[in-house]
Design a binder for this molecule. Structure first.
Ligand SMILES: NC(=O)c1ccc[n+]([C@@H]2O[C@H](COP(=O)([O-])OP(=O)(O)OC[C@H]3O[C@@H](n4cnc5c(N)ncnc54)[C@H](OP(=O)(O)O)[C@@H]3O)[C@@H](O)[C@H]2O)c1
Length: 282
């Protein structure tokens, strides 16, 4: 059964599941994977300037012959780009590389430059993020972009935009999979309170979720694979999972995750301990 579209706070619709393209190398592998994804039924394709594969995503879109309005193409201004001019230039370059006349969703990839996001940094990028946001708002007004949002933004960085701009982000794309609910709760609560749709990136923990025996026990109960359960978990939360794969059978299989989970199982999965470290949300 197809996963339902969600409504964004700007009135646009967004597919309830998307195809992730991080770490798919530019060139034939990426073109093929995106073509398989579109053939299989994905309508939301998630790329980023930082993935270096927008050109291949654009080629796959073109070769799919899918009417442009039926696809939902999402890209991201680089996390390290923290100026108005830099963001403006990047959006124009993304349009060019993707070969489209508009992009459905552009996100600020990260609240901080990556080095500082992964390290310890007390520097605030509030002013810089407002400059980048201004470029996104203008691109939206100019019709180059339909919807705008953020990624890797926690409640403080989100509040900076919400409190200082007339445009509320439509989406926050965050790292989210079974076990991360506790670490991301402040962010997802903020999103809920402000009508911001959550996209769940790395919904399979970049493949590492597959070996989790406690999650495996619940998957067995429903007679499904761990990836299917992990994606259904995000859908049951009301978040948009963005699974990535370069294997045709997995690309297809991952679309089949419209599975209602019992509230007790959802609560159990919420409580499953994630053994990695939580990131400090900004
Ligand atoms: N905003 C951000 O900062 C950010 C960060 C990370 C990710 N993302 C987005 O989220 C997307 C997904 O996250 P991710 O790339 O970390 O990976 P993921 O979707 O969590 O996991 C992908 C891994 O799982 C494997 N896999 C996929 N489906 C499977 C299945 N049904 N059975 C067995 N193995 C399966 C894939 O294998 P193969 O590839 O070998 O087929 C790959 O190794 C990204 O591609 C990107 O679009 C965004």
């Amino acid at each position: 059964m197809a996963i339902k579209d969600l409504k964004l706070n700007d009135g646009n619709a967004i597919p309830g599941i998307g195809f992730g393209t991080w770490q798919i190398p530019d060139g034939p592998v990426c073109v093929q994977a995106v073509e398989w994804a579109i053939e299989a039924g994905y309508r939301l394709i998630d790329t980023a300037v930082g993935y270096g594969n927008e050109k291949s995503v654009g080629q796959a879109i073109k070769e799919s012959h899918m009417p442009r309005e039926r696809l939902f193409i999402s890209t991201k201004v680089q996390g390290d780009t923290k100026t108005y001019e830099g963001a403006k230039t990047e959006i124009d370059a993304s349009l060019e590389r993707l070969g489209v006349s508009y992009i459905d969703l552009v996100l600020i990839h990260c609240a901080k430059p990556w080095k500082e996001y992964y390290g310890v940094s007390y520097k605030s990028y509030n002013e810089e993020n407002l400059q980048v946001w201004k470029a996104l708002v203008e691109a939206q007004k100019a019709g180059k972009v339909k919807s705008i949002g953020v990624s890797n933004f926690g409640p403080r960085a989100l509040a900076n935009i919400v409190d200082n701009s007339s445009v509320v982000p439509a989406v926050d794309q965050i790292r989210y999979f079974i076990g991360l609910d506790q670490g991301e709760k402040a962010t997802t609560d903020y999103c809920k309170a402000h009508g911001i749709v959550v996209e769940a990136y790395s919904p399979l923990n970049t493949g590492e979720i597959l070996g989790n025996t406690r999650i495996g026990a619940i998957a067995k109960k429903y007679n499904v694979t761990i990836p299917r359960l992990a994606l259904a978990y995000c859908v049951n939360k009301g978040y948009i999972p963005l699974p990535k794969s370069t294997h045709e059978q997995w690309i297809r299989a991952n679309l089949d995750c419209d599975l209602a989970l019992d509230p007790a199982d959802m609560a159990y999965l919420d409580s499953v301990k994630y053994l990695g470290s939580f990131r400090q949300p900004d």
